[in-house]
Design a protein around this ligand. Structure first.
Ligand code: UT7
Length: 335
């Protein structure tokens, strides 16, 4: 069977650490509230001259080095991001130029927000399975800090997000069975009825004038979230995804060595684990020091879990995400 396998991962977090106390100096919030409600202690914010494609570049270089290949060996690249460099063209094109991926190689943006990395991985996996690509770079990269409302009005959203990037290289491989390292399955879902529960309203072509002073004065360029609704759906949909992925592969919960859940709120992941009966030590979280890096959470988790000795060859690892759209998705990988 022709399948894709992970041959390299890399990540990058910008150097500037922003603590909960730093945020409390900008808005009416507190370290106690943020830790209690979200588990987050700090996150990273970029400097003004850094673009999303720059974070993607650092993570991609690390992933290519880890894979032992160069940009000339890639025949397709994906960037998943809700915070693109520009309205158009897509961030994958900017990354292609910066990373020096040869002209002619397709560069594809995926706009499925916090689920974007798993969506992009699923598409990449299908290209590999179908013989349309041999080596694919999949990146999740986000700069949230530039768009957040740093006043008290935006505090519910602002305290949870952070900047960062992660990348993964998939390579075509012939596998004999489930024990060989490869992507076993991917599962994608969406329900656009909830699109306005977590979104950035402006700028946009649904508006009479794309962007204007009234929209800016009303703060419509900042992300808006119905936190309660998002929380409840995240807990429900992530649990469903775990069951779906297990059933599709004939696996039990006990057979999964590591769960990489999306990093939106530590309490969401604790609730999913508790509801399903997954022991806490099999759920790897980075949110305490990264915040929610949206499309970057899964590849950052892969890098950090491996560095912590929790992701080793032969392990079965399940990635499960939920985000704006609403979208949710999962992937099962034999590492
Ligand atoms: O990555 C995409 C998916 N995103 C998510 O999954 C996020 C899901 N939602 C959440 O994680 C939570 O809803 C939040 C962490 C965003 C908010 O927590 P919450 O427990 O749902 O708080 P809330 O919005 O219901 O607000 C409770 C109280 C309110 O005060 P009152 O009205 O009870 O007086 C808020 O004004 O907490 C207040 N509040 C804050 N206080 C201090 C909201 N944000 C803050 C804050 N600091 N940062």
């Amino acid at each position: 069977m022709l399948r894709s396998r992970v041959i390299g991962v890399g990540s990058y977090l910008p150097p500037r650490v922003v603590t909960n106390d730093d945020l409390a100096g900008m808005m009416d919030t507190s370290d106690e509230w943020i830790v209690q409600r979200t588990g987050i202690r700090e996150r990273r914010w970029v400097e003004p001259d850094v673009a999303t494609s720059d974070l993607a570049l650092h993570a991609s270089r690390a992933a290519l080095e880890d894979a032992g290949i160069g940009p000339g060996d890639l025949d397709m690249i994906f960037v998943a991001s809700l915070s693109p460099d520009h309205f158009f063209p897509g961030t994958a094109c900017f990354l292609q130029a910066k990373l020096d991926v040869p002209a002619g190689v397709p560069a594809i943006d995926v706009r499925q927000q916090c689920s974007g990395f798993v969506y992009a991985s699923a598409i990449a996996d299908q290209f590999v399975r179908g013989g349309g690509a041999r080596r694919v770079l999949v990146v999740g990269a986000e700069i949230h800090s530039k768009a957040l409302d740093k006043t008290t009005e935006g505090r519910d959203v602002t305290v949870i997000f952070g900047d960062g990037a992660g990348a993964m290289v998939l390579e075509a491989t012939e596998v004999a069975g489930a024990a060989d390292p490869h992507v076993l399955s991917t599962h994608l879902h969406a329900d656009g009825r909830f699109a306005e529960q977590l979104w950035v309203p402006a700028p946009g072509m649904a508006l009479p004038g794309f962007i204007d002073h009234d929209l800016l004065d009303a703060g419509m360029h900042h992300p808006k979230m119905n936190g309660r609704v998002t929380y409840v759906h995240a807990v429900q949909r992530m649990a469903e995804s775990v069951h779906e992925t297990l059933a599709a592969n004939g696996k039990s919960l006990e057979e999964i060595d590591l769960f990489l859940f999306h990093q939106a709120n530590l309490r969401i992941n604790e609730a999913v684990a508790k509801n399903l009966g997954i022991p806490a030590e099999r759920v790897f979280n980075t949110i305490e020091w990264t915040g929610n890096t949206s499309a970057a959470t899964i590849p950052i988790g892969m890098v950090e879990a491996r560095a912590a000795g929790l992701l080793t060859p032969g392990d079965l690892v399940m990635g499960v995400v939920f985000g704006s759209g609403f979208t949710w998705a999962s992937m099962l990988v034999r590492w």
